[in-house]
Write a protein that binds this ligand. Structure first.
Ligand code: ADP
Ligand code: MG
Length: 353
């Protein structure tokens, strides 16, 4: 290889395209030819005096709820799709340069996934944030399509597939067929709401203030969507600040209590899935009864969520093998066949409002 071809091959490699799962809880970056090259929480820490970004990702997450007055750690995507446009853009730019480096000479083409419920304004904001963060071109793909592809589904055939993707801030429910979304809904309820429900429960039950990270810890340790004889009496110690004495205190919370506390947001998701099934054309519904429904996203890892859905819907329910990475892996499959991009454009889906 002479110097010239070496430069050429380097250019060809660095020109490789990128897929981003811009989630409300975490961002994953997929690089063609390399796989997932970044997986970090969607958190940014900013110095409010200088306006400078101090840290992004895991480093910033560790600062959540622990920052002195002049530092603000926040999740720019949490409530909506892009709650804070400018911070989202800065976060993306930092992640991109961390994952693939920055170069004056090339800019990647980037596929970004957003929830199906995103408004046009939000979609434009994501596109602009991606371009501003250093993309040559930005393509937007709806999350359930990427999730299905990432889980290895064949979505191009005429059979019906159902995806329930539970993220931090949103849940996407979609029935797919012939490479498109046939009917869907998206709700702004996800794992975050389970955490908030636990915070409220611990406060009202024990007069104890706990932070979001502690709540998430409870959810992952003893949290369950489905109580059985095996987990009913699981319990863990929870530390927080007692509201009356103002002092640190420890209480015990059981799986049953956690389940009660999270019931409302969990059932809201179950109801949304039911509503989508109700408007699913009968032939596709028959496929779903046969093939089942696939859960993806971090929220699908809540213990027993699959069992609860199976019970409520009477269809088989599976959790994807790589539930958290499905969407990013799906962007990877699309990058491998840019022609898939055409096929994964949404086309007039029926939507539950
Ligand atoms: P997003 O796509 O919005 O970035 P993710 O798919 O990364 O979200 O999912 C994040 C959510 O999944 C968070 O609310 C997190 O607490 C939750 N989660 C992750 N692992 C588990 C687990 N083992 N049990 C319950 N919830 C989990
Ligand atoms: Mg997601």
């Amino acid at each position: 290889m002479n110097a010239f071809t070496r430069i050429l091959s380097k250019l060809a490699f660095s020109g490789d395209d990128i897929g981003i799962d811009l989630g409300t809880a975490s961002v994953l970056i997929y690089k063609r030819g390399a796989g997932i090259v970044l997986h970090e929480p969607s958190v940014v820490a900013i110095d409010t005096n200088s306006g400078k970004v101090i840290a992004v990702g895991e480093e910033a997450r560790e600062m959540l709820g622990r920052t002195p007055g002049n530092i603000q750690a926040s999740r720019p995507l949490r409530e909506g799709v892009i709650a804070d446009y400018e911070t989202t853009e800065r976060m993306l730019a930092q992640f991109l340069s961390k994952a693939v480096g920055r170069s004056r000479f090339w800019k990647p083409r980037i596929i970004v996934c957003i929830p199906t419920g995103a408004t046009d304004v939000e979609e434009r904001a994501v596109r602009q944030a991606t371009l501003a963060a250093g993309a040559k071109a930005a393509y937007i793909v709806e999350e359930p399509l990427a999730a299905a592809l990432g889980a290895g589904m064949n979505i191009e055939g005429p059979q019906g597939n159902m995806i329930v993707d539970i993220g931090g801030g949103t849940t996407d429910v979609a029935v797919l067929s012939l490479g498109g979304i046939v009917c869907d809904t998206s709700l702004r309820i996800g794992g975050d709401k389970f955490d908030q429900a636990l915070i409220r429960f611990v406060r009202s039950q024990f007069n104890l203030m706990i932070g979001e990270r502690t709540a998430e810890d409870i959810k992952k340790t003893v949290g369950s969507a489905y109580i059985t004889e095996h987990n009913r009496f699981l319990a863990m110690d929870v530390k927080g600040r007692h509201l009356i004495s103002g002092l640190p205190r420890t209480v015990e919370i059981t799986a049953e209590e956690a389940n009660d506390a999270m019931r409302e947001p969990i059932m809201a998701i179950v109801e949304a899935v039911k509503k989508v099934l109700e408007i699913t054309p009968p032939e596709l519904a028959a496929d779903i009864i046969n093939n089942g429904l696939l859960m993806t996203g971090g929220g699908s890892l809540l213990h027993g969520f699959d069992l609860l859905l199976q019970d409520e819907l009477e269809v088989p329910v599976y959790v994807a093998e790589n539930a958290v990475a499905c969407v990013a892996l799906g962007t990877g499959r699309i990058l491998g066949h840019m022609s898939l991009l055409e096929k994964t454009k949404a086309r007039g889906a029926r939507r539950v409002l």
